[in-house]
Design a protein around this ligand. Sequence first.
Ligand code: COI
Length: 355
Amino acid sequence: MKTTSIVKVSKAEKSKLEQIDFDNLVFGKTFTDHMFVCDYKDGKWQTPEILPYQALTIEPSAKVFHYGQAVFEGMKAYKDEAGKVWLFRPEENFQRINKSSKRLNIPEFEEDFFFEGLNELLKLDKDWIRSGQEAGNALYIRPFVIATQPGVMASPATEYKFMIICCPVQAYYTKDVRVKIADYYSRAANGGFGAAKAAGNYAGQFYPTKLVQEEGFDQVIWTDDTSHEYLEEAGTMNIFFRVNDKLITCPTSDRILDGVTRKSVIAMAEKLGIEVEVRKVTVKEIIEAAENGSLKESFGSGTAAVISPIGTIGYKDKTYDLVKPEDCYSAQIKKGILDIQYNAAEDPFGWRYEV
Ligand code: COI
């Protein structure tokens, strides 16, 4: 066992690396050799540990199973052509998991535990990260917190686990995404916890998403819960619309996730000289723009999805197909962001962090 200044490290006896087919990965199914674990009890976070990736033993009455007290993050590590490993704006994810935790009455995590744990984990499992910007090769990092205290009384737990697990991935969407605009179900409500990366926000989407998948779509574009007149986000991605030459996206709110890729897209688009408008976006204007040809493109942004072009938008019983223009904004913005993530270009924003 090795002990860093903060984190206790127990290495796996044998790596699983040789068994992995890196060219045929299914997103989120293959996990690296190690995981980070830190328990909260007696009113404080205990000594963080890195352990071989393994199953957990948790009481069936643990509150996470009954009341869904759970939040998570999505981050990625990238390897450049020289073999160096990089994270992208990791402090944003750290701050957001604590913001999500606060909303679900989970104790906030400690910054030095998070960064030292993550660094150690990535150093141990760095061979799981493949270079390859074209293929979207990266290590998807999933920090999460769950309420482990046993007992089914509906009250916040006094015991938690903060964990980080990692999986090698490629692109989340391999084709242009087909989305359907919600006109009945909602993802989040005013005063609710839509802005938190809470497990329940995703569970609540599964059924309406299954219904649109039966109609041949991949995802729902969520609208506001009261009028269904305003476009919000796509559940796994924030969304952007290009109307003529202007890029439009809705502002974040307590119903919408404050995406790290979303804010990076806005900054990169502005750097590329693209006019960006952050304002409420109505279903009516986007459908009209799709009908009169001024809707030139649309795309989603997220850590897993990166920048995924939207090929088809469905609304009620109509569908609108989008043909990418030659000066495709999503391709330019995606390249600008990926070049920074993979250390293939200067980073004027200071987003890159070497592991
Ligand atoms: C991410 O992009 O990291 C997400 O959390 C989306 C996910 C549910 C795969």
